[in-house]
Design a protein around this ligand. Sequence first.
Ligand SMILES: [Zn+2]
Length: 287
Amino acid sequence: MSEIEQCNSRNIPLPIQREVRQRCGFGCVICGLPLYEYEHMEEWAVVKRHVADEITLLCDQHHREKTGGLLPVEVVKAANKAPFNLKEGNSKPYNLHFAGTEATIEIGSNSFTCKDNGYGTAMVPVSVDGTPLIGLILADGHLLLNLVVFDECNAPVLHIKNNQLIYSTSPWDIQLVGKKLTIREAHRKILFEIEFFPPNRVVINRGRLLRNGVEILIRPSNILVTNNSTLLRDCHAHNCYGGLIIGYHENPVGGFMALQSVPRYLGDRTEALKFEKESLQRIESYS
Ligand SMILES: [Zn+2]
């Protein structure tokens, strides 16, 4: 989280911000937009304190309406008790404007550029076994983000479909601040970081993607497929719609790198993870 954001939010301590985000379903409590500000429901000038229960999330529009007296505080408080995203189960699409005749996707120092083929043009930065883990679709002059995050047991734990953020587990921390979307698995562990540069550039800086026994790490300077230590750096492709394509695809996607056969981490990881957790608890109990 940037220092600027902290200042803008009157230095609300980070754990309180996080608690508020999760309680409000990562979006404006009125409309669900995942672009928001932290709003003190009690007059800040009067209370001068940061209490998670007294802070809510409002998008820019609803924040301005509240400040201008068009949106009564009672309505905000009622919405805070039943946030839009928690009622609907997902959030409103956030429109990422696209313009131009081609789009560029950068991922871990690699990139590909493709032409706008009209409505539904799909770009697939990372795909494994026919499942696009990251996808961007051009639709009506907007870029729509698609992201599926799987856990170590190959179960989907987060799904963003055409900018609709669908949350399946509560510990996820999702922020869209300015142009940067950050998804954290735990408090400090960044799992995914993507930046949108309208009108036609998207930069994927960080990510850990798992699928069918394949592990892909995206860092600002490279992409690493840990299974066979394939390191991708400065691979660039033009007129293509894919990035790193691993495994069999019924509908082939051209990418800057295609890995047909990658050795897989086999087996069910559930037991291994349980063992790791128990071992850790055991070690802690000795200390
Ligand atoms: Zn709103």
